[in-house]
Design a protein around this ligand. Structure first.
Ligand SMILES: O=C([C@H](O)CO)[C@H](O)[C@H](O)COP(=O)(O)O
Length: 210
């Protein structure tokens, strides 16, 4: 099981410093949607050049204009880019073709994806599937329970308000990628928090490589 550190709602200096602090405890670095929106596509390039040995996930949340946005991500150092599962099939298909062209991967974000849409997404079995509880639901609805559904994705990920207390339940879901943001980035001691997540996950042995 891998830890993907989600970097959101901070500036680039803070993001880079944070990764330096927790680098030994995390596996993948997510350049969060808020970083990309605030600092541009250069945020992906800066992160990938600063941490060439880590996989870089660009959380673009693409919903249209797939070829253009995937070119931007992969040409700027992303290994993995996200597309919304609620996007049209042509958008998701284009993302997958672009990922193949750049030897990257696509993560399909299942935010607001109904069970029937999830059924239609099963054909994209080369993608990583990510169950996601939105920040707005976390903050306004008090909803943090991530419902892991069955799907055919090449890897299974989950995101949205995961904490050390909710970790055991998430580990039981046998995920491949655990996406953790605030529980590390907003912790008083991010290095300690990241280490505690890593130690808990080290009990899971079968780490799949992308
Ligand atoms: O995708 C995310 C969210 O939509 C904000 O852009 C975050 O990566 C995800 O929520 C993980 O962050 P935490 O919820 O803070 O753990």
């Amino acid at each position: 099981m891998m830890i993907q550190l989600a970097l959101d709602r901070m500036n680039m200096e803070e993001a880079l410093e944070l990764v330096r602090t927790v680098e030994s405890s995390i596996d993948w670095i997510e350049v969060g949607t808020s970083l990309i929106k605030e600092f541009g596509i250069g945020s992906i390039k800066e992160m990938s050049e600063s941490f060439p040995d880590k996989k870089i996930v660009a959380d673009m949340k693409t919903i249209d204009n797939a070829a253009y946005e995937m070119d931007l991500c992969f040409q700027n150092g992303a290994d993995i880019a996200t597309v919304m599962g609620v996007a049209s099939d042509v958008t998701i298909q284009t993302c997958l073709e672009k990922a193949r062209e750049y030897k990257g991967k696509i993560m399909i974000d299942l935010l607001n994806v109904s069970d029937s849409r999830l059924e239609q997404l099963q054909k994209y079995d080369q993608a990583i599937f990510c169950e996601h509880v939105s920040k707005d639901s976390q903050e306004n609805g008090g909803h943090t329970l991530i419902d892991m559904r069955n799907h055919a994705g090449s890897m299974r990920a989950a995101a949205g308000g995961i904490t050390l207390s909710s970790l055991p339940a998430m580990i039981a879901n046998r995920l491949d990628v655990m996406i953790i943001g605030s529980a590390i980035t907003k912790a008083k001691h991010p290095a300690d928090a990241a280490r505690r997540f890593k130690e808990a996950m080290n009990m899971e042995k079968d780490v799949k490589q992308v």
